[in-house]
Design a protein around this ligand. Structure first.
Ligand code: GLY
Length: 379
């Protein structure tokens, strides 16, 4: 491997995907994480992938999302071949559901966007639910079936990325977080850690909710507030659901082995990752009302992660203002897994001095907050 002296601060799905993308081009890196690799927000999602079958260049939001969705099957096959780990990429399809006329109207608006993005969907009344997802409560008003909705098992995907990086000789340093930077003349010369500074030619800050405090040390003010998400895993002895079920920001994701993930809360709780009985109760109650058959499944465990927010729910992707060799990739909020592959592609472009293949203007660190978060998918 060429040594590009690249240090990646943050070993979540974003940092690991960037390291993987660079490694595939023969470029080594050092990945630092204050805790375990991939054990933060990336572990606490469900790995839902939007239903795109082609990369659309309509606008940067759609492009980042659709390109990532198209890259997932490619990355999954490459990781399987290289590591023997199946990350669980499956195009299981999904249903978005509504109870009320107001929720139905929101879905009609989403469906207009899906149509514009050439995403296949079918609007279904309760009489048709059994054809697609028999577990749905027939009292729901409507379901929209998205046959190309996909999923990965995020813990397995993270494991596969780590295995690939280890095999490629990437320097992975869990338990060794960045505590600051040394800089001179508009360049970051080293990343400071508890065990001493690490010299860098380039640095990528992908430290999730901890990015804001780190960047402040470079005089850069960006908000990456932690947004806590609690999630619950149910265990069954046979598959209880066939499709991903979404209701607003709530989701039920069936795995091959009969388990079902239920997520997720959105809480402002600082850096507290404890689960609470109230959240567990509410998640279970909503899941059981959407799919009454889930009442027979046991709770296997519940846990929480801290998603990195941003000023306007869009990620920050691009150069750190005022520094010629520092790049930022954070603030993906609920969409870290979803957007990781295309994020890694464009950050690799920046690290290697190429024109990024997606227009990063809406993701600049110094943008005016504005525009909606990606409105086509809520969870
Ligand atoms: N992407 C799912 C979540 O953040 O809960």
């Amino acid at each position: 491997m060429k040594s590009a002296d690249v240090v990646i601060v943050g070993g979540g799905v974003i940092g690991l995907s960037i390291a993987y993308r660079l490694a595939r081009e023969g470029v080594g890196s050092t990945v630092l994480d204050r805790g375990g690799l991939g054990q933060g927000a990336s572990w606490a999602g469900a790995g839902m992938i939007p239903p795109h079958v082609e990369r659309l260049r309509t606008n940067p939001t759609v492009e980042l999302r659709s390109w990532s969705a198209v890259l997932y099957p490619e990355w999954s096959a490459a990781l399987l071949e290289e590591t023997g780990i199946d990350n669980g990429y499956r195009r299981t399809g999904g249903v978005d559901v509504a109870w009320t006329p107001a929720e139905d109207d929101e879905l009609k608006t989403s469906a207009g966007r899906w149509r514009a993005e050439k995403i296949i969907y079918e609007r279904m009344s309760p009489a048709d639910f059994a054809r697609v997802e028999p577990a749905l409560n027939p009292g729901l008003r409507v379901a929209y079936y998205l046959p190309d909705r996909a999923q990965i098992r995020n813990p397995r995907h993270l494991k596969a990325l780590i295995a690939s990086l280890e095999a490629r000789g990437v320097d992975l340093r869990p338990g060794s977080g960045a505590i600051g930077f040394e800089s001179t003349g508009g360049r970051v010369s080293a990343v400071r850690t508890e065990s001493g500074p690490i010299a860098c030619g380039r640095v990528v800050v992908a430290a999730g909710a901890w990015s804001s405090a780190l960047l402040e040390g470079l005089g850069i003010r960006v908000e990456t507030p932690p947004i806590k998400g609690q999630i619950v895993l149910l265990k069954g002895d046979r598959p209880a659901l066939r499709r991903i079920v979404e209701h607003g920001k709530m989701y039920l994701v069936p795995r091959d082995d009969g388990r079902v993930l239920i997520g997720a809360t959105e809480e402002d709780a600082g850096f507290d990752t404890r689960t609470t009985p109230e959240a567990l109760r509410d998640l279970l109650a909503e899941a059981r009302s959407l799919c009454p058959g889930l009442a027979g499944l046991e709770v296997e465990r519940s846990w929480a992660g801290l998603r990195p927010g941003s000023v306007d729910s869009k990620p920050y992707l691009g150069p750190a203002p005022g520094y010629s060799n520092a790049i930022v990739a954070t603030g993906h909020k609920r969409a870290g897994l979803q957007l990781a592959p295309a994020t890694a592609e464009v950050i690799a472009d920046l690290v290697l001095g190429r024109e990024p293949r997606v227009d990063l203007t809406p993701y600049r660190l110094d943008r005016e907050p504005g525009g909606l978060p990606d409105p086509a998918f809520r969870s």
